[in-house]
Design a protein around this ligand. Structure first.
Ligand code: ZN
Length: 501
């Protein structure tokens, strides 16, 4: 064993442990912490972040990495160690740009802002969070300025989530997708809407959580290495490959809200649980980008969880979980209900066809805010205007308008949303490959077997963690760069069968 490589791993494991401890504090803040803990928690997180940053920018670490670059060159390019050294080099170079003082300040501000949002949103009080959002936007601009030479002010923020992607690339992909999507949405919404009354009955919380857990376990989420809690906004977090947690929220008058968010978060978590244990504790032991991560949550939520074979298997279980409620509902009616396409106010409630329009609105508004073309006091009206023009509906309040998503209030403004639509696009691109290798997957799902698909995704995607940049991984798995064609084919096939297109 190379002693310098050993030292690199020791240093990187220490840094990762600090990040994972901070993630645990964050999970606690979002699931169970009383509001009175917010200020101290912000300080605690800031301290952990500062120590992690100090270790990340230590010149001795930089020298160690540089000394090891020849070793990385001499190893097989896709070996764990070569990828670790190259990844460490990328992370180190990037961290050099951001002063530790800024990181600590940003953590404190964002914790305060999140708490303000959590209190203001139920009261529909945009004015109360406006000053916090102003500070978050200022921090976002300040962060971006640490990376001079960027083509666009949003690029450094986008790069943090979807490494290697730029605002201009995304605008191009989104424009092509929008051109295909709008006629599909028009064709569907000009027909009578599906009847989804069966999803709007009374579903007791306990029964919903029990059924959701059963589904998550069946598709492959390992509860021995995970758990599920409640939070206002569902999310997945990880502290190690052996501890990957999900959260959900429950609405007793809407079956889909919790069920599909559980399947969605389980998809994120299965990606993290599927990372090779040879990478445990190292910075490579996490998903490679927001977009690839989202491709997995959407694969399980939509391509699997909203498919007909999936419900051919689970519908009898659902009927048993909610006695009487589905006696008069044929499977076909239920399937159309969970795939109802209808312009709606809330991104996380929206169907998979209109979903991307929600994302594009947020992406465009982010760019406008960062560019200084949109004053934050005008955000609610700008938001509502885009919902009128793109989806033909007007939010009745800010709670279901520009305050609905945590992202801008619990993080930087910018780079937060493009991953959702990149994920939708990639989910179909990966699934086409999986189906080429295993055409039996849909038939297996109809019998409750998900291990072939889960195994293929684990071996081709999950196991690699962050070893490869997103574009490299997409190339490796599909043989091409990101392509919208498989996603459009998927939508046309599925919705062509449900609606007449
Ligand atoms: Zn997600």
């Amino acid at each position: 064993m190379n002693p310098q490589l050993d030292e690199l791993k020791t240093r990187l494991r220490d840094i990762a442990a600090l990040h994972n401890a901070a993630a645990l504090l964050n999970w606690d803040q979002l699931t169970g912490m009383p509001p009175g803990g917010a200020e101290a928690r912000g300080f605690q997180q800031a301290v952990l972040a500062r120590i992690a940053t100090e270790k990340s920018v230590d010149p001795a670490l930089g020298k160690l990495i540089d000394d090891l670059l020849p070793l990385a060159e001499s190893l097989p390019a896709d070996s764990d160690d070569a990828c670790l050294i190259r990844g460490a080099k990328r992370d180190f170079d990037k961290s050099q740009n951001v002063p530790p003082e800024f990181v600590a300040r940003a953590f404190e501000q964002i914790a305060r802002s999140y708490q303000a949002w959590a209190e203001a949103r139920p009261n529909n009080d945009y004015a109360k969070v406006l000053p916090e959002l102003e500070r978050n936007l200022e921090l976002s601009r300040e962060y971006s300025a640490f990376f001079p030479g960027s083509d666009h002010i949003a690029d450094p923020l986008i790069d943090d989530a979807d490494s290697g992607m730029k605002a201009a690339d995304i605008q191009r992909v989104f424009a092509a997708l929008r051109a295909e999507l709008v006629p599909i949405v028009k064709a569907i919404t000009s027909q009578p809407p599906a009847d989804d009354a069966c999803l709007k009955q009374h579903f007791p919380t306990e029964a919903q959580l029990a059924f959701g857990k059963k589904v998550a376990a069946a598709i492959g989420y390992d509860f021995n290495r995970g758990r599920m809690d409640l939070s206002p906004h569902p999310f997945t977090t990880r502290f190690s490959i052996g501890d990957v947690r999900i959260t959900t929220r429950v609405r007793e008058d809407d079956l889909g809200d919790s069920l599909f968010s559980i399947i969605h978060e389980a998809g994120h978590a299965m990606y993290e649980q599927g990372i090779s244990t040879t990478l445990e504790g190292l910075p490579l032991a996490s998903g490679t980008s927001a977009g690839v991560h989202e491709s997995q949550s959407r694969t399980w939520e939509n391509l699997v969880g909203r498919s007909l074979p999936f419900w051919q298997h689970f519908y009898p279980d659902l009927k048993a979980a909610f006695p009487g409620l589905f006696d008069a509902v044929p499977l076909e009616t239920f399937y159309r209900a969970i795939n109802k396409v209808e312009p709606s106010l809330v991104r996380t409630d929206s169907d998979e066809v209109t979903y991307n329009l929600h994302v594009m609105i947020r992406f465009d508004l982010e760019l406008a805010m960062l560019e200084g073309k949109l004053a934050l006091r005008d955000l609610p009206e700008a938001w509502n205007e885009r919902y009128r023009s793109d989806l033909g509906i007007t939010p009745p309040d800010d709670r279901n308008g520009c305050m609905q998503d945590v992202h801008w209030f619990g993080g930087f403004v910018g780079g937060a949303f493009q991953g959702y639509t990149l994920g939708n696009i990639l989910s179909a691109q990966f699934m086409e490959k999986a189906l080429q290798a295993h055409p039996e997957i849909p038939d297996e799902m109809a019998t409750g077997k998900f291990s072939t698909l889960h195994g293929w995704l684990t071996n081709n995607l999950y196991t690699h963690g962050r070893k490869f940049l997103p574009n490299e991984l997409v190339q490796r798995v599909t043989g091409s760069d990101i392509q919208i064609a498989p996603y459009i084919r998927y939508l046309k096939n599925k919705y062509g069968a449900i609606y007449s297109l």
